[in-house]
Design a protein around this ligand. Structure first.
Ligand SMILES: [Zn+2]
Length: 149
């Protein structure tokens, strides 16, 4: 998942997912509220230098190199490493992915069909809530976002 995927998602995908550390840093920079909510459920992984070189080469050939940020490059490289599908609305990422035979799908609007339903659980008294409160309205303990079972 790249940053654009994060920004347009209302829920984490149910499938296994991973993103490079740079994406997390971008979310931190924009103080995106999703990070606080999903932080401990997002899988973060570094890409290999080998894949990064391949991406660079492909992007150079296609003319996308100047339009891809260093973080975008690691998204592509990581997808190559894990043989995954990229979730991104970034045209240059999609273009290089296509060239390299990496699967991709747009995220904005109807891109993602399966979404996780969220509930919030108090870590103190264990009560479930549909909305997120700064603290449990019943006992005042911190709340935790959980996947609906
Ligand atoms: Zn409680």
């Amino acid at each position: 998942m790249d940053s654009s995927a994060f920004f347009s998602m209302d829920a984490l995908p149910q499938e296994d997912h991973v993103c490079p550390p740079g994406v997390i840093r971008e979310l931190e920079k924009y103080e995106d509220p999703r990070l606080a909510l999903w932080g401990d459920m997002v899988h973060v992984s570094e890409c290999t230098q080998e894949s990064l070189s391949k991406v660079e080469e492909a992007a150079k050939k296609s003319g996308d190199l100047g339009r891809l940020s260093p973080v975008d490059m690691t998204v592509l490289a990581l997808a190559l490493d894990v043989n995954g599908t990229i979730w991104s609305d970034d045209y240059s990422i999609q273009n290089v992915a296509k060239i390299m035979g990496i699967g991709f799908k747009p995220v904005g609007m109807k891109g993602i069909e399966k979404v996780v339903k969220w509930n919030y659980k108090c870590i103190g008294c264990g009560k479930w809530f549909k909305e997120k409160y700064p603290e449990c309205p019943i006992c005042g303990s911190p709340m935790k976002a959980c996947r609906k079972k």
